[in-house]
Design a protein around this ligand. Structure first.
Ligand code: ITT
Length: 206
């Protein structure tokens, strides 16, 4: 496969991508000098819109190269689909918080808002859209989801973001109790990544 650059500032996503790529024997590189580039404002109202916005934006910095960006989040049914596209900034939207432990704050807020929600109605899903772009134009998008249940407390030390509250019934574990390779088999990001690999095999060649 041709060189694919991944544009993300999220260390947890990078870990997931490395795990998924390893499972498939593929190598991914990070966009060079990512930190020197001012991030775009993610103001799209869907995962797809934000993924395209990011991949198109970053691909303009590396002419001729293929750039993959990820927009993703957790949609909880009892919260009307929140945090959804605002997943990374759920606590920021609530109270302006922007510190380093934003994942902890986001988790605490979801647990608090779910406290009175009875068992049996605590369903939610992770959604991921990957967008592949070159020279500012999207070539294709790939989506994946994972259906689970929102726990009443956090469990597991792996992963990132909402992983410790996301119980995956098929294996009886939260996503934070899985290695990156295991998570990629069940996760929204792994599913989207496999669609991307299939597309890349047929459109870009080996
Ligand atoms: P980039 O835009 O730089 O990729 P970001 O963290 O801002 O990084 P998003 O806007 O796509 O990315 O927000 C995704 C948020 O959704 C992320 O910060 C987590 O809170 C949550 N999330 C997405 N995928 C997740 C996963 O696999 N496990 C846990 N939480 C996840």
């Amino acid at each position: 496969m041709r060189r694919i650059l991944v544009a993300t500032s999220n260390a947890g996503k990078i870990r997931d991508f490395i795990g998924a790529a390893r499972v498939h024997g593929v190598e991914l590189d990070l966009l060079p000098d990512y930190k020197q580039i001012d991030p775009p404002i993610e103001d799209g109202d869907s995962f797809e819109a934000n993924a395209c916005l990011k991949s198109e934006y970053y691909s303009r910095h590396v002419p001729g190269q293929l750039v993959l960006a990820d927009d993703s989040g957790l949609a909880v049914d009892a919260l009307g689909g929140a945090p959804g596209v605002r997943s990374a900034r759920y606590a920021t939207d609530e109270n302006g918080y922007t510190g380093n432990d934003i994942d902890d704050r986001n988790n605490a807020l979801v647990l608090e808002r779910m406290a009175q929600v009875p068992d049996g109605t605590r369903s939610g899903r992770f959604i991921c859209v990957l967008a592949l772009a070159r020279d500012g134009a999207t070539l294709a998008t790939f989506s994946g989801k994972a259906e689970g249940v929102i726990m009443r407390s956090l469990r597991g030390d792996n992963g990132f973001g909402y992983d410790p509250m996301f119980y995956f019934p098929e294996i009886g574990k939260t996503f934070a109790e899985l290695s990156a390779e295991e998570k990629s088999q069940f996760s929204h990001r792994g599913a989207a990544f496999r669609k991307f690999l299939d597309w890349a095999d047929s459109k870009l060649g080996a």
